[in-house]
Design a protein around this ligand. Structure first.
Ligand code: AMP
Ligand code: GLY
Length: 424
């Protein structure tokens, strides 16, 4: 079988790594890919327009396409492929609205009584500002559309909240994504990522996980795409997992169906667990990055079997089995990230790190230089991931592999999985 993966980050490297272990695989393509992915897949430059991608898929007899990031999903890549009768893993544009419009997502949750923070939507800058002044802090300000993870501000003062509204609605920092703004109650609790596979009817939970959004140790500094992740998340007990399925996942899939929208692919709920009860902070219509790295490390089943079963709407037939071990991923980032960062710095130690048992170095922002050496090419550069009998062992193995690797300006968090370790 031939598979095409769309994307070029750590999540996509983990997907390609897992697909390469499938008994069905003859060939994997990835667009655009990265230097690590290039070792196990053919990386190609095609797209971003869907006609070119569909031509590529037809010409190369690709059996199924797997979409990593939200951007092509929000432009309707699944609709375009399905119209041409091509198998693809991901939700349609209408279903992906859960991620690309926070206003749609919040209103949908209200309509279907899915637990989430109370909120108000504003299209007027003056009304939003007056409301925040009246309501006081802390409060949360969210731009409606996609803003590369930068459209949410948890404001601890009214001044901060006003500055966020200014940035989104007056300065148009995120363009049309900021035409509407949500002002939402601030929830206090513990965050967890909960992802499921679904074919629109059957819902199969993935192993639970947690990521670390802030750039520095002890959850200090600005938000990033994620500086590390681990699986399982102890906060998600078996009992709570069932509550999340019953009060969040099933009502969401069923609610969409009742509104005429079938959801197929991966649905990701960013949750806040407040006094043992889950509230939805956001939905994503794709796999999390870096959560995918430790989660797929624990997947025992064949990913091609799962992907085909979702596309063909027969997920109930396929067993999805998780390894009992734990996994931890530590992200190595470029100097300056999450702000601006240099590219092209030579990465050393990858060969030594590769020789380690139970660990794997997923590439995110990497490329080859003219001498075919690995160099940095993004903010998040590598995701060093390890498996262990428990979180502590997985963490120790991941950090031991991190010690082998270096590039100028490299930084990473030293406390990945600290919340899980406190609990054990
Ligand atoms: P989102 O993109 O909506 O998940 O928001 C990004 C981050 O902002 C989340 O991971 C939380 O840390 C935080 N956040 C979002 N909404 C809230 C809320 N209502 N209360 C507290 N923190 C929040
Ligand atoms: N790690 C958070 C996300 O993928 O959105």
């Amino acid at each position: 079988m031939k598979v095409l993966v769309i994307g070029g980050g750590g999540r996509e490297h983990a997907l390609v790594w897992k697909l390469a272990q499938s008994r069905h695989i003859d060939k994997i393509y990835c667009t655009p890919g990265n230097a690590g992915i290039a070792e196990m897949a053919e990386c190609i430059e095609v797209g971003p327009d869907f006609d070119a991608l569909i031509d590529f898929v037809k010409y190369n007899w690709i059996d199924i396409t797997i979409v990593g990031p939200e951007e092509p999903l929000s432009r309707g890549i699944v609709d375009a492929f399905e119209k041409e009768g091509r198998k693809i893993l991901g939700p349609t544009k209408a279903a992906a609205q859960l991620e690309w419009s926070k206003v749609f997502s919040k209103d949908f949750m209200r309509r279907h009584r899915i637990p989430t923070a109370d909120y108000k939507v504003f299209t007027s800058y003056i009304h939003a500002r007056d409301y925040v002044r009246m309501k006081g802090a802390p409060t949360v300000i969210k731009a409606d559309g996609l803003a590369a993870g930068k459209g949410v501000v948890v404001a601890s003062t009214v001044d901060e909240a006003e500055a966020a509204i200014d940035l989104i609605m007056k300065d148009h920092a995120f363009g049309a994504a900021g035409d509407k703004v949500i002002v939402e109650d601030c929830l206090v609790g513990e965050e967890a990522s909960f992802m499921v596979f679904t074919d629109g009817t059957t819902i199969v939970p993935m192993a639970s996980s947690q990521d670390h959004k802030r750039v520095y140790d002890n959850d200090k500094g600005p938000n990033t795409g994620g500086m590390g992740a681990y699986s399982p998340a102890p906060v998600i007990t078996d009992e709570l997992q069932q509550v999340v399925i019953d009060t969040v996942m099933r009502p969401t899939i069923e609610g969409l169906k009742a509104e005429g929208i079938k959801y197929k692919g991966v649905l990701y709920a960013g949750l806040m667990i407040c006094k043992g009860k889950p509230y939805v902070l956001e939905f994503n219509c794709r796999l999390g990055d870096p959560e995918t790295q430790p989660v797929l490390f624990r997947l025992d089943s064949d990913l091609v079997d799962i992907a085909m079963a979702i596309a063909e709407e027969r997920l109930a037939e396929v067993p999805v089995v998780w390894k009992p071990e734990s996994a931890v991923c530590v992200v190595l980032a470029s100097e300056g990230y999450p702000g601006s960062y240099p590219k092209g710095r030579v990465i050393s130690g990858l060969d030594t790190a590769k020789g380690r048992e139970n660990s794997y170095v997923f590439h995110a922002g990497t490329a080859f230089d003219d001498n075919h050496a690995f160099v940095t090419n993004g903010g998040r550069v590598l995701g060093v991931t390890a498996l262990g009998a428990d979180i502590a062992q997985a963490r120790d193995r991941a950090y031991a592999a991190v010690k082998e690797i270096s590039f100028e300006g490299m930084h990473y968090r030293k406390d990945i999985a600290h919340r899980a370790l406190r609990k054990t």
